[in-house]
Design a protein around this ligand. Structure first.
Ligand SMILES: C[S@@+](CC[C@H](N)C(=O)[O-])C[C@H]1O[C@@H](n2cnc3c(N)ncnc32)[C@H](O)[C@@H]1O
Length: 204
C-alpha cells in the first residue's frame, strides 16, 4: 500500500463520507443488524454510530491502518464492541456459517475481486443470515454506464481501486445470495459516481 492510499485516502474518505445524505443511508442499512456482525471495508468506522444495540459484536475487516486510528473515538463512544479481525474481504476471518449478518457500505466497488468477497460472505453467513449493503455501481442508463466504463480507470487510480461500473445486483445473486429489499437510485450528481444499490440479501 502506498503513502497516498495508506495515509491521505482514508482521511479524505472519512471527511467526504460523513455527510447527512450518507448518514440517512447508513441508518437504513444498519437497521435490523443483530448478534455477530462482520463489516467489510470498515474504513474509519463511519457506520459505528448506527449499529443497533442488538449487535453483540462487530468483526471489522479492512486493510487500511489509518482508518482504524480514525475510528478509535467512534468505537469508544459505542456500546457495541468492535474487534479488528482481518485485512481482506476475500479471505474472511470467520468460520463457515458463524456470522448473523455482514455489513458492506461503499466497499464492493473497491475490493479487488468482488465475486470472491461475496463468495466469502456467503460462506461465513449462517443460513438465513443477511448481507446488508449500500454500494455504488453500474447505472441502468446506457449513456451513464458508458461514462462509468470510461471513467473507471481514472477512478481506480485516484480512489484506491474503486470501480464505478460493477453490476452489484448481479454480483450478489451470482454468489448465491437471495435479494430481499433492494432500492436502486441516483444518490448524487454527477450520476456516474452515485448510482446506488441499497438493501439486503440472505443466504438460503
Ligand atoms: C470507499 S471506502 C468505504 C469505507 C466505509 N465502508 C464507509 O462506508 O465509510 C472503501 C473501503 O474499502 C476498504 N478496502 C479496500 N480493499 C479492501 C479489501 N480487500 N478488503 C476489505 N476492505 C477493503 C478500503 O480500505 C476502504 O476503507
Amino acid at each position: 500500500m502506498g503513502w497516498y492510499t495508506e495515509h491521505v485516502l482514508p482521511r479524505a474518505l472519512d471527511v467526504s463520507m460523513r455527510g447527512a445524505a450518507f448518514g440517512r443511508i447508513r441508518a437504513r442499512v444498519a437497521a435490523g443488524l443483530a448478534g455477530e456482525v462482520l463489516e467489510i471495508g470498515f474504513g474509519s468506522g463511519l457506520n459505528v454510530p448506527y449499529y443497533p444495540a442488538s449487535v453483540s459484536r462487530v468483526l471489522a475487516v479492512d486493510p487500511a491502518a489509518a482508518g482504524r486510528r480514525l475510528a478509535a473515538r467512534r468505537i469508544g463512544r459505542s456500546q457495541v464492541p468492535v474487534q479488528f479481525a482481518g485485512l481482506d474481504a476475500s479471505r474472511l476471518p470467520a468460520g463457515d456459517a458463524t456470522v448473523d449478518h455482514v455489513l458492506s457500505t461503499w466497499t464492493l466497488c473497491t475490493v479487488p475481486d468482488a465475486g470472491q468477497a461475496l463468495a466469502e460472505i456467503c460462506r461465513v453467513l449462517r443460513p438465513g443470515g443477511t448481507l446488508h449493503f449500500a454500494e455504488h455501481g453500474l447505472a441502468p442508463d446506457p449513456a451513464v454506464a458508458r461514462l462509468q466504463h470510461r471513467l473507471t480507470p481514472v477512478q481506480r487510480r485516484l480512489v484506491g481501486g474503486c470501480h464505478l461500473d460493477r453490476p452489484v445486483r448481479e454480483l450478489i445473486t451470482a454468489a448465491g445470495l437471495k435479494i430481499g429489499r433492494l432500492d436502486m437510485y441516483y444518490m448524487s450528481w454527477p450520476h456516474a459516481l452515485g448510482y446506488t444499490y441499497e438493501g439486503d440479501a440472505s443466504r438460503p
